[in-house]
Design a protein around this ligand. Structure first.
Ligand code: SAM
Length: 243
């Protein structure tokens, strides 16, 4: 393979959600840099891929990036994968990509799943404009400030959230954006217990609060608020229209 950095998207649950090109790339590169070698080994074994792996995570990003870029400059091809989904999207890799670009190394995306976009597509919320906010802050005060900041946005808001914090976060949305604000909770996308809860935030919260526990991986989407008052018709260039 050409000496390049390949950003390879991997499944977010269902092992069949990987492209032919991703499988071929993982099989042909010199080395796979992965967040957790145990996690990636499961995928490689499923596809009979024997490419060596090296760990690349938030604690060794700095040194590892320099080493990986040096390897590519010396002629090796490297694939970067995360535990699931698209590398860099709330996952490590930004430092490596920046360093590779600065060194003139080609950076090649091999597209595939990402929880944010799969959740958005099936959410039933507007998709014409959206904002991905990564993980919401774990503390309620900071979380409410984040929600206040985007409350008036007409974009659909997408966040990753931990299951044990979901009800607390939905309560914050009710407090900041009102009980009728539309939300979608996308849980365990592509897995056996995949579930989408769609509706007014207070209703979704009531549904989840009645359960013993909320488990699994969660992507939370917030729809736009009540329609803003109609914008005044803009005055055309050259001044107001005259009869
Ligand atoms: N890079 C990944 C991607 O492209 O989707 C995201 C990595 S981030 C560390 C992991 C978070 O993504 C989880 O905590 C959860 O919020 C969300 N997520 C991942 N897989 C999911 C799934 N199958 N269903 C719903 N949300 C998921």
């Amino acid at each position: 393979m050409d000496p390049s950095l390949y950003l390879v998207a991997t499944p977010i649950g269902n092992l069949e959600d990987i492209t032919y090109r991703a499988v071929r790339t993982l099989g042909e590169v010199t080395l796979i840099a992965c967040e957790d070698t145990r996690q990636t080994r499961k995928l490689l074994e499923h596809y009979n891929i024997g490419t060596p792996m090296v760990s690349y995570h938030e604690h060794n990003e700095k040194e590892r990036s320099a080493d990986l870029v040096a390897r590519i400059l010396a002629g090796q091809s490297i694939a970067l994968v995360s535990d699931a989904g698209t590398p860099l999207i709330s996952d490590p890799g930004f430092r490596l990509v920046s360093r590779a670009i600065a060194a003139g190394v080609p950076v090649i995306p091999i597209p595939g799943p990402s929880a944010a976009l799969s959740a958005l597509a099936a959410s039933g919320l507007a998709v014409d404009a959206f904002r991905f906010g990564g993980f919401l802050p774990p503390k309620s005060g900071q979380r409410r400030r984040e929600l206040e900041r985007w409350s008036a946005s007409t974009d659909t808001l997408i966040y990753y959230e931990a299951p044990h914090r979901l009800c607390e976060t939905l309560a914050d949305i009710v407090a900041v954006m009102g009980p009728a604000r539309p939300v979608t909770v996308a849980r365990e996308i592509t897995k056996r217990h995949e579930e989408f809860l769609r509706g007014a935030c207070a209703e979704v919260l009531a549904d989840l609060s009645a359960r013993d526990a909320v488990k699994g991986e969660i992507t939370l989407l917030i729809g736009r608020g009540p329609a803003s008052p109609e914008k005044p018709i803009p005055i055309p260039c050259g001044g107001p229209l005259r009869p």
